[in-house]
Design a protein around this ligand. Sequence first.
Ligand SMILES: [Zn+2]
Length: 177
Amino acid sequence: MNIATQTKIFQFCPNCKSEQIQTENGHKYLCNRCQFEYFHNTASAVGAIICCADEMLFTVRAQDPHKGKLDLPGGFVDHNESLEVALSRELKEELDVTIDNWQYFYSGANTYLYKDVLYNTCDVVFVCQLPHKPCLTADIAEITEFKWLKFDEIDCERIAFASLRKAVQKFLKQTVE
Ligand SMILES: [Zn+2]
C-alpha cells in the first residue's frame, strides 16, 4: 500500500533514512533495510458527559478536525496519566473547573485526522452528575464556547465524533425513556 495515500508519517525510515519502509495498514511500520519497527498504536482519549438536572454540557470546537461542531469536554491521555486524571486535567484546561468524581459509561473506537496524520483512538466516556452548574471559563484556544443543552434539545448529528455521538445517544436513551 502506498503510505502517502493514508498518512504522511514515515516515507523514510526514521532510523536509517532508507525509503525501504513499509506498512500494510498504517499500524505497523517495518524498514526492510535496518529492520527498524514502529507501531502506530491506538491512542487513548477521554470525554465527559456532565449533566445538571435535565441539561448536558457541550463545547464547540475551535480547531479542526470538525471545527464548529459540538464536542464533549475531554481530549487525549498524556503519558503516565490514568483516564480519570486526564479527564480532570482537560476540564481544568478547557473550562477552568475541578471535577474528579467520574463514573465509567462507554468506550468506542474512533479516528482522528490531524494535519494529514491519521490517529486511531479508543474514546472512553465518563459521566458526572452535578447538583449545581459550576462557574466555567472557556479556553478559546481549544473551544469557542460552551453550551448547556436540555436533553430534548440535543441534536446528536451536530456532535463531532461518531464515538461520542453514540455515547450521548446511549445516555439519552437510558435517561429520558
Ligand atoms: Zn531503516
